[in-house]
Design a protein around this ligand. Structure first.
Ligand code: PLP
Length: 395
């Protein structure tokens, strides 16, 4: 006998993984350069040079037993302090190392927080489309449910009346992701103030705190001077899930954190519940070497120039080819309206041309498809005539 939920999860590949494998198969047949893979958000920029320098220095000069040993479950105090100091410099946040719990990336951060907040099988988490499809996995594996609220299309902002209707006495938290994967939208301070007001009113009405989970792996990936507000300053019951996967191009190193600031009601109990949930996941501690690297690299920022260039190239090329393209303020994705109104069918047209794009159904917006522009610039240039041929096929 095996666990049926685990079997279902393991045997059904995500649409993105299937595309990835289709791309590998086609690359073997026609050559990697002839496959236009816009499917996976793997940063195309190398990690900042300080990261590699830190790795070399640490493995050369620090006792190897310390470098590769277990750390405390919540992570090295010195690493957490360095992160707190950086956040205080940037947001005047009043944080200490005690507010941070180091994790194996945003996926682990979210899973721990969702588990920590799951009371029983009735527990509900609410998110706004378009949303990162793994939220459904993270919420349900902990025993709760995920409800998805449709967005205000084409701006992908929050439809507050729909969000309000989705909140019930079982609602434990709202999950937001800004800058957003896949739309690139950043929620403004004004939007967050409105959200905070709704959550305060609803918390009073239902008689318990509704937490706000801010999933922020793209916090530093912003363009044209866009600002990502520090959410706990707007809504006190905010828990931040962060990752260095995108900002420092370290997705395979599995490093991030949960931040439970002191302004969260009963923050220490919430922090301890996150610690317990993380313990229950069995990864013991975040990678020790990478924690030491992060400690030295908290001031490093992504190379936005390359992404900004790709973003413009792809946006302009698609617009010229006749696509309706919004201008994303952050992250490294374009969320584009399928010219035939059906992104799953349009993705199949793409596959015929060896162009891999992710249909928006799993993000909660089936009329849109996602393109990752963290890809080689040359590939974008060569893909534009093909995108033109694909739109022509829909006429
Ligand atoms: N949240 C969002 C919105 C993401 O896009 C991703 C990864 O693409 C994650 C969480 C998970 O990130 P990590 O690689 O740090 O686990």
């Amino acid at each position: 006998m095996i666990n049926q939920d685990a079997y279902r999860l393991g045997s059904q590949k995500s649409g993105i993984r299937e595309l990835f494998e289709f791309g590998n198969k086609r690359a073997a047949e026609v050559g990697r350069e002839n496959v236009y893979d816009f499917s996976i958000g793997n940063p195309s920029e190398p990690a900042p040079k300080e990261v590699n320098e830190a790795i070399i220095d640490i493995i050369s000069n620090i006792d190897s037993v310390k470098v590769h040993g277990y750390t405390s479950a919540q992570g090295n105090a010195s690493t957490r302090k360095a992160i707190a100091d950086d956040m205080n410099d940037r947001f005047d946040a009043g944080l200490t190392e005690d507010n941070f719990y180091m994790t194996c990336g945003a996926a682990a951060s979210l899973t721990s927080v969702l588990r920590a907040l799951t009371i029983d099988a009735n527990t509900e988490f609410v998110t706004v489309a378009p949303f990162f499809p793994e939220y459904s996995v993270f919420a349900t594996i902990g025993g709760g449910k995920l409800k998805v609220v449709e967005p205000d299309i084409p701006d992908f902002q929050i439809l507050f009346n729909k969000l309000e209707d989705a909140i019930t006495k079982n609602t434990q938290a709202i999950i937001i992701n800004s800058p957003n994967n896949p739309s690139g939208v950043i929620y403004s301070e004004e939007t967050l103030v409105k959200l905070a007001e709704l959550l305060r009113n609803k918390s009073t009405e239902i008689g318990h705190t509704i937490y706000l989970i801010a999933d922020e792996p793209y916090r530093e990936l912003v363009y044209d001077g866009a600002v990502v507000p520090y959410v706990p300053a707007i809504y006190n019951n905010t828990i931040i899930c962060y990752s260095y996967s995108k900002s420092l191009s370290l997705p395979g190193e599995r490093i991030g954190y949960v931040l439970v600031p002191n302004c969260v009601d009963d923050w220490k109990r919430v922090y301890d519940a996150v610690a317990g949930a993380a313990r229950n996941m069995g990864y013991v501690c975040a990678p020790a070497l990478t924690q030491l690297v992060i400690e030295r690299c908290t001031k490093c920022r992504p190379n936005l120039e390359a992404y900004a260039k790709n973003r413009k190239l792809l946006m302009d090329g698609l617009a010229e080819a006749g696509y309706t393209v919004a201008d994303p303020a952050g992250a490294f994705y374009l969320f584009v309206k399928a010219p035939n109104g059906d992104s799953a069918a349009f993705s199949e047209i793409g596959k015929k041309h060896d162009v891999l794009l992710v249909p928006g159904g799993s993000f909660g917006c089936p009329e849109y498809f996602r393109l990752c522009y963290c890809v080689p610039e040359d590939m974008i240039k060569r893909s534009i005539p093909i995108f033109k041929a694909m739109i022509d096929e829909c006429k």
